[in-house]
Write a protein that binds this ligand. Structure first.
Ligand SMILES: [Zn+2]
Length: 186
């Protein structure tokens, strides 16, 4: 019961996130912006710096499939991606800009044919926005840093969040965690 409530709160917070740009009331806007800037600096790396490239540059940097999925919002066919069944440990990064998106610990077998995660590695690494392109309302998930299309988030995931981030393998690059001997963990 409690876990379900937490999941709902999490989902609500996440789904509200795209609108959060207008969250601070005007009077507090400046202070909020300043403290946000401080937080940004505290992040200690420049991962939050937006990465912007022209369509032509992305085309040159990515494979055809990566380009179609991340920049043209195509969905790869189910069970076709290279990370569907991957159980290796590590961090899944954005294939376009390298931003850390998901940890292998939150990956689960959803049976859908796409890599599925119940939580992002860092909430601010992702952006969520309503997507009506399919006829049914969905929530599209993109990389906050470079706007790459990653997939969608649904409310039928496992606990503790109750969320299912359904992500295209073509949008991801697994950074395997080195084992004790310095080799990637199996
Ligand atoms: Zn990215």
């Amino acid at each position: 019961m409690f876990a379900a409530a937490v999941g709902l709160v999490f989902a609500a917070a996440l789904l509200a996130a795209p609108k959060s740009g207008k969250r601070p009331p005007p009077r507090e806007k400046q202070a909020a912006a300043e403290s946000e800037a401080d937080n940004e600096r505290d992040a200690a790396d420049d991962e939050e710096k937006p990465v912007r490239k022209t369509d032509r540059e992305w085309k040159r940097l990515l494979t055809g499939k990566q380009y179609r999925v991340t920049r043209q919002r195509e969905t790869e066919p189910p069970f076709s991606g290279k990370y569907v069944h991957t159980k290796k440990e590590g961090v899944y990064r954005c294939v376009c800009c390298g931003s850390k998106l998901f940890a292998s610990q939150t990956k689960f077998d959803s049976g859908t044919g796409w890599p599925s995660f119940y939580a992002p590695l860092r909430e601010k690494a992702l952006r969520a926005a309503p997507d009506y392109s399919d006829g049914t309302p969905r929530v599209e998930v993109t990389c906050a840093r470079c706007e790459a299309h990653l997939g969608h988030v649904f409310g039928d995931g496992p606990q503790p969040t109750g969320l299912r981030y359904c992500v295209n393998s073509a949008s991801l690059k697994l950074d395997e965690q080195p084992g004790k001997d310095g080799k990637p963990a199996k």
